[in-house]
Design a protein around this ligand. Structure first.
Ligand SMILES: C[S@@+](CC[C@H](N)C(=O)[O-])C[C@H]1O[C@@H](n2cnc3c(N)ncnc32)[C@H](O)[C@@H]1O
Length: 247
């Protein structure tokens, strides 16, 4: 028979375990709601018109294309491709591009642009939420690019899982270039706080990156380069991160 003291300790522990489980279930629910809300938001933003970010490729896409071409990359995965300003550019540069985004109107826009540019342009586009495993076999790509996808409403554990997935689908020696808004950005700390350095302003949730987070996500990669740059009127302050799956 347990003593009263042991029984009491066991009851306190059981209550604490119950509270922790309820807390983590509530956290998971809040994260899922945040993601669902962001998907709806992006659908409405990208549904408005097909060139929200302009028709020209982004500067990081141009820089990444040089780096990928110099490494002899051909098969290119793009995450959070939006309406495809960079996807179309990469395909015109001769890469075989597979573009993913969770907003189906963005994917429809990308397919329309590819068809209008050249029906045989090497550009495929699919709806995919980057919180789920990537729908590709191991070592399918030579390179992976994303402009401002990692700094969306993705928690650090979700980013770690995504990073492991990118590593899996890259061939050994494959390159990844991604950009993210940083904790030096003027918007960092403004608006509604969602924890984990995520803030919501004007309906957009942004995960602001510290250097530590970049290094954390580089586990299993060789971190080659972290370049700071600015974009837009604010201006947004970003990192362009280049890393390689070890060969
Ligand atoms: C800031 S926009 C950048 C779009 C594009 N890279 C560009 O520069 O034109 C971020 C994109 O990420 C997409 N996105 C956000 N969260 C996502 C998720 N969990 N999975 C897939 N796409 C996501 C949005 O739909 C949006 O198209």
């Amino acid at each position: 028979m347990p003593s009263d003291e042991l029984l009491c300790t066991a009851l306190v522990q059981a209550a604490a375990d119950g509270e922790a489980a309820a807390g983590s279930a509530a956290d998971e629910e809040a994260t899922a709601e945040l993601a669902a809300g962001q998907r709806r938001h992006w659908m409405s933003i990208l549904g408005d018109r097909t060139d929200r970010y302009g028709t020209e490729p982004s500067l990081p896409a141009r820089a990444a294309a040089e780096r990928f071409a110099a490494a002899g990359a051909v098969e290119l995965l793009e995450l959070g491709a939006g309406q495809g300003r960079d996807s179309v550019y990469f395909a015109h540069r001769g890469f075989n591009v597979h573009a993913l985004d969770f907003a189906d109107c963005g994917i429809t826009a990308i397919r329309g642009k590819a068809q209008a540019a050249d029906p045989v342009l090497p550009l495929r586009a699919s709806v995919h939420d980057c919180r789920d495993d990537l729908p590709f076999q191991d070592a399918s790509f030579d390179a992976c690019f994303s402009h401002m996808l990692y700094c969306m409403a993705l928690t650090t554990p979700q980013l770690e899982a995504l990073s492991a997935e990118v590593r899996r689908v890259l061939r050994p020696g494959g390159l990844q270039v991604y950009t993210v808004r940083t904790t030096d950005d003027a918007d960092f700390g403004a608006g509604v706080a969602h924890g984990d350095d995520m803030y919501e302003a004007r309906g957009f949730v942004v995960h602001f990156f510290s250097r530590e987070l970049v290094e954390r996500l580089a586990r299993g990669f060789e971190l080659l380069d972290v370049t700071e740059f600015e974009e837009g009127d604010l201006p947004r302050r970003l990192f362009r991160v280049t890393q390689r799956r070890p060969g």
